[in-house]
Design a protein around this ligand. Sequence first.
Ligand SMILES: C[S@@+](CC[C@H](N)C(=O)[O-])C[C@H]1O[C@@H](n2cnc3c(N)ncnc32)[C@H](O)[C@@H]1O
Length: 213
Amino acid sequence: MVEPPKYFDRVLEFSGQELTIKQCYQGDVGCVVWDAALVLLKFLESDSFRSNRGNLEQKRVIELGAGTGAVGLAASLRGADVTVTDLEDFLPLMQLNIDTNKSHVKGTVTAKTLKWGASVADFMPPPDFILMSDCVYYLDAVDDLVKTLNDLSGPETEILCSYEERTIGQNLKSLDRFLKLVHEDFIVEEVPLDQQDPVYRSEDIHILTMKKT
Ligand SMILES: C[S@@+](CC[C@H](N)C(=O)[O-])C[C@H]1O[C@@H](n2cnc3c(N)ncnc32)[C@H](O)[C@@H]1O
């Protein structure tokens, strides 16, 4: 009997290249590319990002809750040295996507396990950027996620966090808790819609930037 396919492709135009992201037909939420990831990924090549932050060449980048690794991979196409992280179960998917796109990578990209709240000793010194898309949805994980943001951030680290507004389940409570905690430790600003990609943006998807106070 022929095995049914495990993966289906999402092809994204980025930086003049085609980024092919393998997504799983079956699995947990991290198995597909979420819309908030598309918005953050496209913001990385926007005029606003480039004029305010220069290019990403040789910048150290860590992506949290990377799932497929799409956003971190995109940063590596622009020359960054990236570590995509998630729970251990996602290592094979992140590695598959790194292998699939390796000919386009201008910087470097590595997949590692990082459970929020755990030691970040292996990821020091603090990176230039922390990327995270659609990671604020599970109330019990919010405090650990903010601990990891605090532990990984140095005075120069900029966090770019995208999330989609949702009112179902624990999403609203999780977002409220997340915003309360990050405002205690970081200067938080929202990227206005008109500074985002003209196509890949949406009223209900937000990009926050955060720096330690
Ligand atoms: C909704 S998915 C988003 C995936 C990807 N960032 C995107 O936007 O396409 C949330 C991701 O967070 C990861 N995650 C959830 N709890 C986590 C934890 N405690 N530590 C590390 N990663 C976690 C999940 O495994 C999943 O990949």
